[in-house]
Each structure stands twice: as structure tokens, then as C-alpha cells.
Design a protein around this ligand. Structure first.
Ligand code: ATP
Ligand code: MG
Length: 390
């Protein structure tokens, strides 16, 4: 009887477990702590972005024993990346009886780029031409015949910030790319038609356990060398029809997955106006970091609300315009966290990730500037960035 009473009374979890210990876990944990929840992290980097934000269980993503030790210490589990497999998540939920969001069932539908494309094609989202191959040396010829060069080659799992994407400009590069990737026996890759798009946009959505949905504005994302460098919120000069269509695609996708938590969806808009889905993320996303400083409720807070069975917060912007720039490592060295101490203008928000090891291209932090004029904000953001030497 006591147990039944306990379960009905203790509806809201109070200890949140994060699988992963990078900046997305850090920023989500800060939102969780603001509610008064405790955080436990499962990862391999206790001295990284999540240090001092909660306790740590150190282990690898395929270590079910370590994951169970972690699960015993928490009321609800969430993910900050897609590196784990749906299979081990399913086992963890069954063995530990701790709820996991995104659920293992929805995660299974998108755990790699092959499942993800098939899932969203079924859900009715428009997807660019691609093929899946275990014999790239043979099938690449077919792709070249159909779509010409260049082609985009993608690893199906474990890719981030363009790690795992290669542009194939001519056939002679293929051996080198495959050698670099060191694919496992029978590992399939994706060959995509190269899209000469006009722009890239993203949209972030929160959905809670009751099925309530809140959508953030469509944003422009700018990538260099496959890494996001700038986000402009809201997206500039985008038609009402396109915004509605993107919202509809994102909502359809969330409902199809029965997604719980915050998810993001990336799209290409081609020069002829066609919208094509690129990829999704079952978690808070770089393209919505601006929400920390420019929306009523940040994506991180809404993620915590969604997985803890709370009502979602308002997603509207509180300012006309926000520009976010990523602070990427420029060299391989130790940095002092005081490099992020810049505070000279108003409406500028610098978010260091607590990483002391800089590496070229590594996301070390981000900053958001808010205001009303795009050109002014872009210049201001780039200027401040250039003064943060990492
Ligand atoms: P993320 O950091 O978003 O997780 P990722 O490594 O999973 O990235 P994608 O989002 O698939 O990779 O690709 C990264 C970027 O590469 C895209 O934002 C886009 O700029 C470019 N890109 C990807 N696919 C194509 C394509 N088929 N044609 C042209 N450019 C592409
Ligand atoms: Mg991407």
C-alpha cells in the first residue's frame, strides 16, 4: 500500500540522469538545477562540461552494468547525444524500470541516419535522393550515373559536426575516404545526392508526456566545413507558407515518433524553393541555443519540463532578433576559462562550456546577441568572437 501511495504522490521525478556529459547535458542540467532537481551524469569525462553540476557514474555506452548502476541513482533518464544504441536503451529500461526519454521505441526509429530517413519518409517528410550501401565501391557508380558529382557520403551513426560526412568530388577519393573511416564489417553508409541549396533552416519542438506540443520559430543556420557557425532567429525573409509547412513537418514528425522531450529538425531549402528534410536530433540542439537568451522558455528548460511530465513553457521570442555564434577552438591547447569573461556590451550573452582542452573546430562555447538589426548583430557577434581567443 505504501508503494502505491508513494508512486501516486511522487509524480514529478527529482533526480535526472543524463547519458552523456557534454555541453548539451551541461545546459540542460543548469535548467534542471534551477527547478531544484538533482543531476547524475553517465559518461567518460567527469572533468568536462558537467563537473560540479551533479554526481558522476563513469562508463562506456555499451556497458549495461555501468548503465544500471547509473539508473539506480535516478528517477528519469535522458540523452544528450545519439551515440548509444536503441537496443541497449531498451535493455536498460526493462532492467532498471526507470523511464527513458526519448523512449527507446522512438529512439529506435532514428538511431542512425538510415532508420531516420526511412522513418521520416514514411511520416511523409520530403527527403533528398540517397542510397544505402554496404558495397560503396560498386554502388557509387550507380549514384554517379544518376546524380552526377559531387556526392555527399555519410556514416550512418556516430556523426556530429560534420565528422562522418565527406564530399566526394571524384571517384579517386573514395578509397581514401573509406580508409579514413575504417568501417566495421558489413557497416552500411549513405550516399546522398549533393544539394546545391539556397539556405538551411532548423526548427525545434518540445512535446511532453501528455502530447502537448510547443514550437520554436524557424531559424537560419549557417554551416562552414559542415559545422554550424551562425544561427539567426527568426529565419529572415522566409514566407509564411514555408514557415507553416516547416512547422507542420516538425509536428508530424514529433507525433509519428511519439516523441517526448525537445527534438530538432534540419531542412534544406533549394534554389527552386523545394524544402527537403536533412536530419533530426532527439535532444536539445545547437540551432536553438539562442532560446536561452531570446525566448520566454529555453529549449533546455522545456526539455526538462517535457521529460518530468510538466506543462511546457512559452516558446515565443522576447526580442525581435537574435544571432548565435559558436565559439570554436582555433588551436590545440589548454585554455584558461577566463577567456570567456568578456562583458562590455549589453544584450550579449556568452556561454562557456567548461572545456579546458581546446582543439581546432571543437565547440568550446557560444554567444548570443539580441537586438533588432541583422547587420549590426552579425558584426557585433563576429567582433566579440574574434576577441575570445581559444
Ligand atoms: P550535425 O552537426 O548537425 O549533427 P552531421 O555531422 O550529422 O551534423 P549533417 O547535418 O548531415 O551532418 O550535414 C552537415 C552539413 O553538411 C549540413 O548542414 C549541410 O551544410 C551539409 N550537407 C549535408 N548533406 C548535404 C547534401 N546532401 N548536399 C549538400 N550539403 C549537405
Ligand atoms: Mg546536421
Amino acid at each position: 500500500l505504501f508503494k502505491v501511495f508513494y508512486i501516486t504522490v511522487m509524480k514529478t521525478p527529482s533526480i535526472i540522469g543524463f547519458i552523456g556529459d557534454g555541453q548539451l547535458a551541461r545546459l540542460s542540467a543548469l535548467a534542471a538545477k534551477n527547478f531544484g532537481f538533482k543531476c547524475v551524469f553517465y559518461g567518460e569525462n567527469p572533468n568536462g562540461p558537467c563537473q560540479n553540476l551533479g554526481s558522476f557514474v563513469t562508463g562506456k555506452l555499451d556497458d549495461i552494468v555501468g548503465l544500471q548502476t547509473f539508473a539506480k541513482q535516478v528517477d528519469v533518464i535522458t540523452l544528450e547525444n545519439e551515440f548509444i544504441t536503441a537496443d541497449i536503451l531498451q535493455r536498460l529500461e526493462k532492467l532498471s524500470k526507470v523511464p527513458i526519454y526519448p523512449t527507446p521505441a522512438s529512439f529506435a526509429l532514428i538511431e542512425n541516419k538510415i532508420n531516420e530517413k526511412a522513418t521520416f519518409a514514411k511520416a511523409g517528410l520530403p527527403i533528398g535522393d540517397y542510397l544505402v550501401t554496404r558495397n560503396p565501391k560498386i554502388d557509387i557508380e550507380e549514384a554517379i550515373e544518376k546524380w552526377g558529382l559531387p556526392l555527399m557520403l555519410k556514416k550512418s551513426k556516430g556523426a556530429y559536426d560534420g565528422q562522418g560526412n565527406k564530399l566526394l568530388r571524384d571517384l579517386t577519393q573514395l578509397d581514401h575516404i573509406l580508409l579514413q573511416w575504417q568501417l566495421e564489417d558489413g557497416e552500411a553508409i549513405i550516399v546522398e545526392r549533393f544539394l546545391d541549396f539556397a539556405r538551411e533552416v532548423a526548427i525545434t519542438v518540445a512535446r511532453n508526456q501528455q502530447g502537448e506540443i510547443k514550437i520554436y520559430p524557424v531559424v537560419d543556420t549557417i554551416q562552414k566545413d559542415h559545422i554550424c557557425t551562425h544561427v539567426v532567429a527568426p529565419a529572415q525573409n522566409i514566407s509564411k507558407d514555408d514557415q507553416l509547412l516547416l512547422q507542420q513537418y516538425a509536428t508530424t514528425a514529433m507525433e509519428y515518433l511519439r516523441a517526448v522531450g525537445v527534438f530538432s529538425f534540419e531542412f534544406f531549402i533549394l534554389k527552386n524553393g523545394t524544402i527537403l528534410f536533412n536530419e533530426s536530433a532527439p535532444r536539445p540542439h545547437n540551432s536553438a541555443h539562442y532560446t536561452l537568451d531570446a525566448c520566454v522558455t529555453s529549449q533546455f528548460e522545456n526539455h526538462i519540463r517535457a521529460i518530468c511530465d510538466m506543462k511546457l513553457g512559452d516558446t515565443r521570442m522576447t526580442v525581435p532578433l537574435a544571432v548565435m555564434v559558436n565559439l570554436l577552438g582555433a588551436s590545440n591547447r589548454q585554455v584558461d576559462l577566463s577567456v570567456f569573461s568578456h562583458r562590455e556590451e549589453d544584450n550579449v550573452y556568452v556561454h562557456p562550456y567548461g572545456k579546458r582542452e581546446s582543439r581546432v573546430g571543437r565547440k568550446m562555447g557560444h554567444l548570443t546577441v539580441t537586438g533588432a538589426e541583422l547587420e549590426i548583430l552579425m558584426n557585433k557577434a563576429d567582433f566579440i568572437k574574434s576577441n575570445i581567443r581559444i
